[in-house]
Design a protein around this ligand. Structure first.
Ligand SMILES: [Zn+2]
Length: 556
């Protein structure tokens, strides 16, 4: 959790750097905040910072991005909540699950008309889909539901793996065997656990439709996206049957995204990539948010993910030979060496580095800022070092500008309390910017720990994941957003955590991350938390974006 001192620093920064607002006012609003969920660091960061009204432009942009990482970051987001299985209260279901048939969904015509021959109510489909609990490890039932729905729409369904905890399939305009270059719309079937039932206004798996929204775990992350993609894709079934289109378009629904993708996207990328034959992947990532551009807070900004940091787990291992009685401490012994080396590493100031993606996003948003801020943001290379003290004061902001490391484990060999342990070890979770070479980073680490008798060992490292180009596939999504939402900004952005897009990027396939809807801070906060809910009108706009996207790509 932030301490007040760092918040004061940051408020001053925003007063000076971006908002020229009286910092005292900002500090006051910070102090007056009601802490809704002060249970873990991650939650506090979200809950306490997203409401710094008016002094937020750049900060909220970065925070919004970080919020989006929580979609993809199971470890962080699950912290502090009791995610023991909840038995949903069946009584509050809008329609009992056993009675919800495709016929009902198909005939629910009361308000929706999303396109050609469309008689499907997206809200009802999402509601039904949410009602099938699919916490990671139990994806099959939800997967079979979605696959069956796709079959009934005339899509060609191909099931890659058919396990309770690893159900992965495509639903395509043409059979995969046709070998057409494939435009892939990626979604995940799994959801994070719902947490304590008392936290929910409606039961987590009720799929309740109320107040113009669909409520429940997965309503945003990621079942809304799956529904948008399927309902867009089905509108091209007739055209695909009539014409020999240059591309296939597939929904790819995978398991296990919330726990790292091993039971889903990793399997597809490792074993079925040739069969899938993707030319581009559109998966999870940013979304549209307002309140980001200081001079035009009402102008929505859509962050279209093109890059992400990579993960590196490394250990410091003692190399000194020492043991004996603790009453006669030696100069060097394992725990001491590891602790001292760890200390130096944690104290080292990582160099600020402006990734091209971050620079470009700031540059684009700067166009709508006042003169002062425009200059600062457009010259971030020059201005960032001047304000580095302020940037460093905030862990979330600085994570966009530096490689980071967190000490996640510290232990020594067992023994009595009066014995010098023979071994000690510290483990770090490091996140490297796309432009950082892993070996260079490790050399830098070795230099810092050189005075001590410790070795660096790489436990695991994710392969480099190239930044996806802002070429025709990027522009197609950008144009689709603009065609549906009008006067908005679409900017490229970088994840600091990981999601399934990386499995494709590292195989040379461009992948773009965006939930194509306009969200509010309140809705963003509900992701991976209580009362997750999706506005029905945004659900419909999301379908329109995907329809526009497919139309554009097929026309090229
Ligand atoms: Zn997700």
């Amino acid at each position: 959790m932030f301490n007040d001192a760092s918040m004061v620093d940051f408020c001053s920064l925003y007063a000076v750097f971006f908002d020229q607002e009286n910092p005292c006012k900002c500090i006051k609003s910070w102090k007056n905040r009601t802490f809704m969920k002060p249970s873990t660091q991650g939650e506090c960061l979200i809950m306490n910072t997203c409401r710094l009204n008016k002094t937020r432009s750049f900060r909220v942009y970065l925070y919004s991005l970080v919020l989006l990482f929580f979609i993809a970051s199971p470890v962080v987001s699950a912290a502090g909540m009791d995610f023991s299985a909840e038995t949903p209260d069946m009584g509050l279901f809008p329609i009992a699950r056993s009675e919800a048939t495709f016929d009902e969904i198909l005939s629910a015509t009361e308000k929706h008309n999303t396109g050609m021959n469309d008689t499907i109510d997206p809200a009802l489909l999402l509601s039904r889909y949410v009602q099938i609990p699919s916490v990671t490890g139990q994806e099959k039932e939800a997967g079979e539901f979605l696959a069956q729905f796709c079959r009934e729409q005339g899509l060609h369904v191909h099931v890659f793996t058919d396990e309770e905890d690893s159900y992965n399939f495509t639903a395509s305009l043409y059979p995969l065997e046709d070998g057409k270059p494939n435009i892939v719309l990626l979604t995940h079937l799994d959801v994070v656990p719902p947490g304590e039932p008392e936290g929910w206004t409606y039961p987590a798996f009720s799929g309740k439709i109320a107040d113009g929204m669909v409520w429940g775990r997965g309503a945003i992350d990621n079942k809304a996206m799956g529904v948008m993609q399927v309902l867009a894709l089905r509108q091209f079934v007739d055209q695909a049957a009539r014409e020999d289109l240059p591309y296939n378009v597939s929904l790819l629904a995978v398991s296990g995204e919330e726990t790292g993708g091993d039971t889903g996207a990793r399997i597809i990328a490792d074993q079925y990539l040739d069969e899938l034959n993707p030319v581009v992947v559109y998966g999870e990532g940013g979304a549209g948010l307002t309140g980001i551009i200081g001079a035009h807070p009402d102008r929505p900004v859509f962050g279209l993910g093109v890059a992400q940091k990579r993960r590196l787990w490394m250990a410091l291992e003692s190399t000194v030979e020492a043991s004996g009685h603790a009453s006669v401490p030696r100069q060097n012994y394992p725990t001491r060496e590891v602790v001292k080396a760890t200390n130096d590493l944690l104290d080292a100031k990582p160099q600020i580095s402006i990734e091209p993606v971050v620079e470009q996003a700031l540059g684009q948003m700067a166009e709508y800022e006042g003169l002062f801020r425009r200059r600062l943001m457009k010259n971030i290379h020059l201005t960032a070092p001047l304000f580095s003290r302020f940037l460093r004061a905030d862990p979330l902001v600085i994570s966009m500008f530096t490689n980071t490391l967190s000490l996640t484990s510290l232990n020594s060999s067992d023994g009595a309390y009066n014995q010098i342990p023979t071994r000690a070890r510290a483990v770090f979770d490091c996140r490297l910017l796309p432009g950082t070479d892993e070996e260079q980073f490790l050399n830098h680490v070795r230099k810092i720990i050189d005075p001590y008798e410790v070795d660096v060992e790489v436990i695991a490292s994710s392969p480099a994941s190239p930044v996806s180009p802002q070429g025709p596939y990027y522009r197609a999504m950008e144009q689709s957003i603009l065609s549906v939402y009008g006067g908005v900004s679409v900017v490229p952005f970088m994840f600091v955590a990981i999601n399934d897009n990386r499995f494709f990027r590292r195989n040379g396939i461009p992948a773009y991350g965006l939930l194509p809807v306009l969200m509010t801070e309140e809705l963003m906060e509900s992701i991976h938390y209580f009362d997750e809910r999706m506005p029905v009108d945004e659900l419909e706009k999301g379908i329109d974006v995907y329809v526009a996207l497919i139309n554009q790509l097929l026309a090229e």
